[in-house]
Design a protein around this ligand. Structure first.
Ligand code: NAD
Length: 418
């Protein structure tokens, strides 16, 4: 028997994941939930979903779907709602997948409190928590984790992670924030968010830090110890930044493995630096990854009686996307291909290559990892402990920026229990 999943939050991002969760071979029942009835109907009435959708599996609130007997819930709701909703689902006995980040509210201490409670609830209930961090399954991150597992980086020295997303860029943040504040959940947030401003509690881009922090952390398998950060304050009275102390923030971390990490989060800066707006680079004594190029020094790890003057020349190799991805099981790839190319003949699909899409090709990998972790009741790769590391770095960086670079400790919840 396969697993049963409830999709909670069927807005623009949740809707993009529905076909993948539905088509995963391990899933045999799918339920739909949103506060907005027309968003539920869009899926429950679509013939594509009927093979795994049972009449009655439509829900108009989290309370309702928490009463259904499902194995897991996938929460793709607004970012300020994730933590309490995931805790409610785990307490109701279900595994959870959460859109990023663990929580994004203006108060950093409140976010750290949610990290604490997410870790504690997952540990106590034995329910799995997985963060849907897209960077984790970018091909670059998959390749780097393989190199790290082979010790090909040597000792980690330095890494950079960045998320350059100008407010007026392609995915326009003014429109995103308008659309997320429509509907019942959005209206409620208008009232709640005003209370932070009244208390003088202001947010910053480091409260949405997981796209930049996750790359260095997941490749080096290390956590942050200390941070010093600085910020840029909006100078134009742009209403979008009314609840922000800084519109751009930059942080330097001392890591548990001795490496240094630089993280940049910009929302008011044109374009990007380098090839991608959402990326990371990692430097080691023997291997360095940057902009899809793998550089190696040819010093052996054990220098012994080596003749330094006779060492072979260092190498640099540009990698293709295909080389960086780790393939998914063939039956999973084929099921996803059918979902992505509805109406195309199966025989024709057999002759096509699988081309992972969605945020660097990460979406199919996230879905597969969660479905497999639920089916096997095993700890997912991006578990509560890992997710808390990505989040705490941002929270403490924002605090440091607000205190003009004061050096602060970064809390850590340890590794996930095996
Ligand atoms: N690269 C990435 O990882 C990435 C990209 C885009 C969005 N996201 C994340 O995805 C999330 C959703 O973004 P979106 O743009 O789709 O938002 P959205 O506002 O379009 O959709 C959220 C939906 O959740 C529903 N909802 C809220 N509370 C609910 C409840 N109690 N019960 C049932 N439904 C509820 C809302 O009604 C809404 O339809 C955000 O948290 C965002 O951070 C991540």
């Amino acid at each position: 028997m396969g697993i049963s999943l409830g999709l909670v939050g069927l807005g623009s991002f949740g809707g993009a994941f529905a076909p993948l969760f539905h088509s995963h071979p391990l899933v045999d029942r799918i339920a739909f939930c949103d506060l907005e009835p027309e968003r539920v109907r869009k899926f429950s009435e679509d013939p594509f979903y009927q093979s795994k959708f049972h009449k009655g599996d439509e829900y108009l609130s989290l309370d309702e779907i928490c009463g259904a007997k499902l194995d897991a819930l996938v929460m793709i709701t607004q970012p300020w709602l994730h933590a309490p909703q995931c805790i409610q689902a785990m307490e109701a006995g279900m595994h959870v997948y959460s859109a990023v980040p663990i929580s994004s509210v203006p108060d950093g201490d409140e976010i750290l409190g949610w990290c604490d409670r997410i870790v504690e609830t997952s540990r106590r209930t034995g329910r799995q928590y997985m963060l849907g961090e897209t960077t984790y399954y970018h091909p670059q991150a998959q390749f780097c984790r393989r190199m790290a597992a082979e010790d090909a980086f040597g000792d980690f020295v330095y890494a950079e992670g960045e998320y350059f997303h100008d407010v007026d860029a392609g995915c326009n943040l003014r429109q995103v924030s308008r659309s997320r504040s429509m509907g019942a959940a959005g209206q409620e947030w208008k009232v709640n968010s005003a209370q932070y401003r009244e208390r003088g509690v202001l947010t910053g881009p480091m409260h949405y830090p997981t796209h930049s922090t996750s790359g260095p952390v997941c490749v080096m398998n290390a956590h942050a110890l200390k941070v010093t950060a600085y910020g840029w304050r909006n100078r134009t009275s742009d209403p979008h930044f009314a609840s922000y102390s800084h519109s751009n923030e930059f942080a330097l971390f001392q890591m548990s493995n001795g490496a240094t990490v630089r993280i940049a989060e910009t929302r008011e800066a044109a374009g990007r630096m380098g090839k991608d707006s959402e990326t990371f680079r990692v430097m080691g004594t023997l291997g360095t990854f940057s902009e899809d190029v793998w550089h190696t020094a040819t010093r052996p790890a054990d220098l012994g009686n080596i003749q330094y003057d006779n060492l072979p020349k260092p190498t640099s190799r540009t990698l293709t996307r295909g080389e960086m991805f780790t393939p998914l099981p063939p039956e999973v790839e084929f099921a996803f291909m059918k979902a992505m190319h509805r109406g195309v003949d199966e025989a024709e699909l057999q002759n096509r290559d699988f081309n992972p899409t969605g945020h660097g090709g990460s979406h199919p990998y996230l879905v597969h990892e969660f479905c497999e972790a639920v089916a096997e009741n095993r700890t997912p790769a991006i578990n509560a402990w890992e997710a808390a590391r990505y989040m705490a770095m941002g929270v403490m960086a924002h605090k440091s920026a607000q205190r003009d670079g004061e050096r602060l400790n970064v809390p850590d919840w340890g590794d996930a229990p095996q």
